[in-house]
Design a protein around this ligand. Sequence first.
Ligand code: TYM
Length: 343
Amino acid sequence: MQTKEVILTGLRANNDLHLGNYLGALLPIVKMQKKYAGEFQINLFVPDLHSFTTPIDHTKLYEQTMHNLKLYVASGLDLNNNDTFLYRQSFIPAHSELTVILNNFSYMGELSRMTQFKEKKTNQENVSAGLFDYPVLMAADILLYGAKYVPVGDDQTQHVELARDIGIRFNNKFGKEIFKVPEDEKTQLAFTHEQQRPRIKDLLRPEKKMSKSDASGKGVIFLGDTPEVATKKIMSSTTDSVGKINYDQKNQPGISNLIDIYSLLSGIPVSEIVDKYKAETSYNTFKTEVARNVSNFLADFQKNLNAVDQDSLNKKLAESEKAMNEVANSKLHEVQKAVGLRG
Ligand code: TYM
């Protein structure tokens, strides 16, 4: 059974992953795996049941799921770490059953207020119940393993907080700590020494987040983009007419986004980057430097991807899914007893 505190995150497989996914979730958890080796348990999974809360091509889902698992490894995830578990959500049926149970302790009002739901429902003719219920499934993903820290991008913070609320409500209702709930947002940020969760913007429309569902893909750097394609996208990214490199998300969102990308990829603090480029009067030199960093990152990443050993990955998956089924079933059993489904 689990003896260590858990750090957990998941990335949907509805499309290829992009730089926002990498900087918002993959890089942070891979860094944590290294930093806290031996101290924390790491759960990294593909929430495949979440992948069609908005319409997708179902003939590609399984392949995309298997591909994304390789992307996790290419990001530097160490498969030999015995405290790390890599799995697919739908291979652990307890996620689905816990969702059905938690639905009865989640409110229509709070689910309707979720920003992601409000945004995503506007682009669709028929809004599925799955889209509405998506944060409850996400709460089940987190609560089954009692995850303490959940590294996600800024757009998912609200869902992590909802998971905490649902867990606390359930514990209060049944008068005992059935669920260990994730830490509150302030404590999560203190753990990662961040002011805010990462939020990478679309390169052409920097007022919007970089998103898998962007149809044209021109403002999105996919992890499969060639360095040449990525360079073109960065060089033609939207900036402004100020002509100075300031970190000002409100008035210079394009340049601030490029600073964020550069800073997160290189590890150089934002203030140092701004200082280094303060004398520049055009954006060209800076954009070229960002493009160089992104290209080098992609070249290394793709080299790692080609080197992923499928057999080791399959072995890790099988072992992890077996182990996590045991953990999840045991927690589910506690829940079933609490609600009166088991004696
Ligand atoms: P998803 O698949 O949309 O995104 C995966 C991760 O990438 C982050 N992300 C970003 N970070 C910074 N800038 C961006 N532009 C950007 N775009 C996406 C997301 O915040 C996320 O961390 N519901 C989740 C998946 C999920 C999950 C979970 C996460 C399901 N169950 C349990 C954590 C714990 C989702 O749809 O993320």
